[in-house]
Design a protein around this ligand. Structure first.
Ligand code: FAD
Ligand code: HEM
Length: 453
């Protein structure tokens, strides 16, 4: 069978991948897009503009138009039966996901050795991300808008890895091969057909999003380090000059690859609002045995060239309102908060901005001088430091507890940045004191798990 034979290449470059590899189960039906009984699952019959154009709010300001529709909105009734089958597979493999992941990559690289070079040399830490995303997508099948936005961003982000439309069938076949092998009790023709349909739609969204993004953005930017300032023994402020204009919004982050660890990408927040000289700054904390952060803090120097992916993240200021901003920044999480403050200053609308800056000790408040300078310059800004361990002239305790002592915050929009634990406890505290979740913005928690700041 050829389960993923015709994932459409919207770029029209003729790269549609003819594939004919059986899955472990060896069924023999043609489930490709546009053919056979599953014809109705096509996303769009025209190879015209991608249906996902600008459908994200975190792509540097390109918002959805009113007519935008999720690729998943048109799925037929039978898709709920598919969801059931897919969820059954997921429940079965959850306890053994490590084994399934290993087998998935083994299949991928044995059958398609040329794809190995797209991935980092050592894949232990990040290995399960691709696989987990497939599972996440399958899980979110009944939240079409959320899923569409997630996959659009994912597809755009894959351009920097060198992913091409013809690679998708290979990944799909390996996924099905791994699932079939580890769910022998429940894998059936119907289950396989459900996974093929889901994977085909997922791939199409990602492929379309990448093609659409190609029209206005490079796959990556080269950026030369122009200054490197060590603020503490393990925190550096790294400033780079991109080789071409880099559009982003204050509060967003990027993915970054260093020359020392090819194909290893990590996220870092922009530490300033967009600047007239086009330079970008990052605050990087070296984590113990951390590949990219240690390289950036301890090895990088002016003249080194790094690569940047597209901007991402929805922790941006809504300039259509005058609501106050309540900002919680822990550790290097103060970097995007500083960018937000600069953004408010640039827009010239007076609105209260209350910053709570958390660290373990006074010594770890590496950017407090910048923050207090901003506070002196702007009467609408208030900055409070919160120290969790040890003596301080500022506030003592956990950041969310300190925030709770002030307020009321019911007219404020909240912004959180820092380690995943801070985001979780901060969100829970803020919701507890009555800030509705749609007014709380933070870095992607999913991405943050496993990362540190
Ligand atoms: C949206 C987002 C924005 C981010 N912004 C920033 C930023 O502005 N500045 C910044 O410095 N980081 C930021 N991070 C974290 C950053 O992406 C990396 O995760 C971090 O730099 C570690 O990468 P690494 O390659 O050095 O470590 P890895 O090689 O990935 O990790 C090495 C090992 O150390 C463990 N580890 C990680 N952190 C710690 C820790 N604190 N203590 C002990 N062990 C640890 C890991 O689990 C792993 O086992 C951000 C992350 C996200 C998701
Ligand atoms: C539906 C299909 C796919 C999904 C859901 C998916 C998902 C993901 C996710 C979530 C990541 C983690 C990093 C990030 O967010 O960018 C990732 C990384 C990656 N993906 Fe995909 N992916 C898919 C298809 C592909 C294909 C077809 C290729 C090409 C062979 C590919 C190559 C890569 C590479 C090289 C990485 C970086 C790996 C690393 O950093 O360790 N992906 N993918």
């Amino acid at each position: 069978m050829a389960p993923f034979r015709e994932v459409r290449d919207p770029g029209g470059s003729g790269t549609t991948a003819p594939r004919s590899v059986s899955t472990e189960a060896g069924h023999d039906r043609d489930l490709s897009l546009g053919a056979g009984p599953h014809f109705d699952l096509r996303l769009s019959p025209d190879p015209g503009p991608a249906p996902h154009s600008g459908s994200r709010s975190n792509d540097g300001g390109r918002d959805s138009g009113p007519g935008q529709k999720s690729a998943f909105a048109d799925l037929p009734e039978s898709s709920s039966a598919d969801t059931q089958l897919i969820r059954r597979t997921l429940a079965e493999i959850e306890p053994i996901s490590d084994k399934v992941t290993s087998y998935f990559y083994a299949l991928l690289f044995v059958r398609h050795p040329h794809l190995r070079e797209l991935f980092p040399a050592a894949m232990d830490a990040q290995r399960d991300r691709l696989f987990k995303a497939l599972l996440t997508a399958a899980r979110k099948a009944d939240e079409p808008e959320v899923l569409d936005e997630y996959l659009t961003h994912l597809g755009q982000g894959h351009r920097k890895y060198g992913t091409l439309p013809e690679h998708y069938p290979a990944v799909g076949e390996s996924l099905l091969g791994a699932l079939a092998r580890y769910t022998p009790g429940s894998w059936s023709e119907a289950t396989e057909a459900a996974w093929v349909r889901a994977y085909t739609v997922i791939s199409q969204v990602m492929i379309d999003a990448a093609a659409e993004n190609e029209q206005y953005a490079p796959a990556w930017w080269q950026a030369e380090i122009v200054s490197h300032e060590l603020r503490t023994p393990d925190i550096a402020v790294v400033t780079v000059r991109p080789d071409q204009p880099y559009p982003f919004l204050a509060g967003q982050y990027t993915s970054l690859e260093t020359p020392w660890w090819p194909r290893v990408w990590r996220h870092y927040s922009f530490a300033s609002a967009p600047r007239s000289d086009g330079l970008l700054s990052f605050h990087v904390k070296a984590v113990p045995a951390g590949w990219v952060s240690s390289a950036l803090v301890h090895h990088a120097t002016a003249g080194d060239v790094i690569r940047l992916g597209s901007p991402a993240g929805s922790m941006v200021v809504d300039h259509a309102t005058d609501s106050g901003l309540l900002c919680l920044g822990g550790g290097t999480g103060i970097a995007p908060i500083k960018a937000l403050v600069e953004d408010v200053a640039v827009h010239g609308r007076q609105r209260p901005v209350e910053v709570f800056y958390g660290a373990r000790s006074d010594h770890d408040l590496y950017d407090i001088e910048t923050m207090t300078r901003l506070e002196r310059e702007h009467p609408w800004l208030s900055v409070r430091s919160v120290i969790s361990d040890g003596p301080t002239s500022g506030l003592s305790g956990q950041l969310p507890d300190a925030v709770r002592q002030y307020g009321p915050w019911n007219t404020y929009d909240a912004y959180l940045s820092g380690p995943p634990g801070l985001i979780r406890s901060g969100v829970s505290t803020l919701r507890g004191i009555g800030i509705p979740s749609h007014r709380i913005r933070h870095d992607s928690l999913e991405e943050l798990v496993g990362a540190a700041r």
